[in-house]
Design a protein around this ligand. Structure first.
Ligand SMILES: C[S@@+](CC[C@H](N)C(=O)[O-])C[C@H]1O[C@@H](n2cnc3c(N)ncnc32)[C@H](O)[C@@H]1O
Length: 320
């Protein structure tokens, strides 16, 4: 499975993939849910966060351990070739002591049986092949170890925003083909004033449609980014060669395509109540007990996911 659409996001330095806080991390109730999960862990505990991305959840654990004067061994794994210490601002200091493992599928974890006291994941498990991933998580947890996952919810604000953003991407890439219009305009400028005038009219028409859509949008990020990029790319022709401007346009367009892949994945992997019930049944079949599920909210009433939790019993019962 290609994860280049995640890799480009992490390389650009984003800490969390669906940040709730102004600092680009998870805050308020989401952070509290993670702190409540990690808080009972004793000094010397080992934690694993799967599908960790740029390490937003390990960072919450590390900051909590510091506050509690405890030392935890914290690992983060991801199928993408992550390097949060390099990619996140001030990463070497912030992630000091956390061990990240890029290129690691949860379905085949490189850890011995019973290595961890807790496993976690935020918007992660629902992207994985469920049965082999759960089997591995059960294997690497110690008897008595606990798991918690926050998962995408079909009715969450994130899914609604993702669907709206996908509509905006469609407007940019297919309906207006605005980057194609920009390429035409740049070529026409070098051709003749008349060709430039025609191309400019087409380009302005496309940009006007994006502006109009932005005014009505609840979640206008893609349109904002596109309109800013168009202005910057247009200005670049004064300082860069035509070939270099063309390659900058290519980069911006392919980053938008990567965002489309991430948004489609988010909407496509969001779970209904029945999906979560089926997932919980799999945990139960693997012997997990104390299973809980709750809607996860943020800022009082914004639904941002499901939260599920459970424990691997101290003595594991036979499972099917
Ligand atoms: C939505 S992102 C969440 C990242 C991070 N937990 C966060 O909240 O910012 C989902 C992550 O799952 C990773 N992923 C998808 N399938 C995976 C698998 N089979 N094993 C490990 N990681 C996987 C992706 O590479 C991506 O980084």
């Amino acid at each position: 499975m290609s994860v280049s659409h995640w890799e480009s996001y992490y390389r650009a330095g984003g800490l969390a993939t669906c940040p709730t806080g102004p600092d680009g991390s998870y805050d308020q109730e989401v952070r509290q849910a993670w702190e409540a999960f990690f808080e009972p862990l004793p000094d010397g505990a080992a934690l694993l966060d799967v599908g960790t991305g740029n390490g937003a959840i390990p960072l919450i654990a590390r900051e909590l351990a510091t506050r509690l004067h405890r030392s935890w061994e914290i690992h983060g794994t991801d199928l993408a070739p992550i390097d949060p210490a390099r990619d996140v601002r001030d990463g070497r200091r912030r992630f000091a002591g956390i061990v990240f493992h890029g290129g690691v599928a949860t379905e085949t974890l490189p850890f011995a049986d019973a290595s961890f006291d807790a496993v976690s994941g935020q918007y992660a498990l629902e992207y994985m092949a469920l049965e082999p991933a759960l089997t591995e998580l059960q294997r690497v947890l110690r008897p008595g170890g606990r798991m918690q996952f926050i998962l995408h919810h079909v009715d969450s604000v994130l899914v609604a925003n993702a669907r709206e953003s996908l509509g905006h991407a469609e407007l940019v890439l297919r309906d207006t083909r605005v980057y194609q219009q920009l390429r035409r305009l740049l070529a026409a400028e070098r051709e003749s004033p008349a060709a430039a005038e025609t191309a400019a009219a087409a380009m302005n028409g496309a940009a006007a449609r994006l502006h109009a859509a932005m005014k009505q949008a609840g979640s206008p990020l893609i349109l904002h980014v596109t309109l800013d990029a168009l202005t910057q790319l247009w200005d670049l022709r004064r300082t860069l060669s035509a070939a270099d401007v063309a390659s900058e346009i290519e980069k911006v367009e392919s980053e938008l395509q990567a965002s489309v892949q991430r948004l489609e994945a988010l909407a496509g992997h969001a779970l209904s109540a029945d999906d979560v019930t089926a997932m919980m049944q799999r945990f139960s079949a693997l012997g997990f007990t104390g299973l809980q599920r709750e809607p996860q909210v943020h800022a009082g009433s914004n639904l941002v996911g499901w939260r599920i939790a459970g424990t691997k019993p101290a003595v594991t019962a036979d499972h099917d």
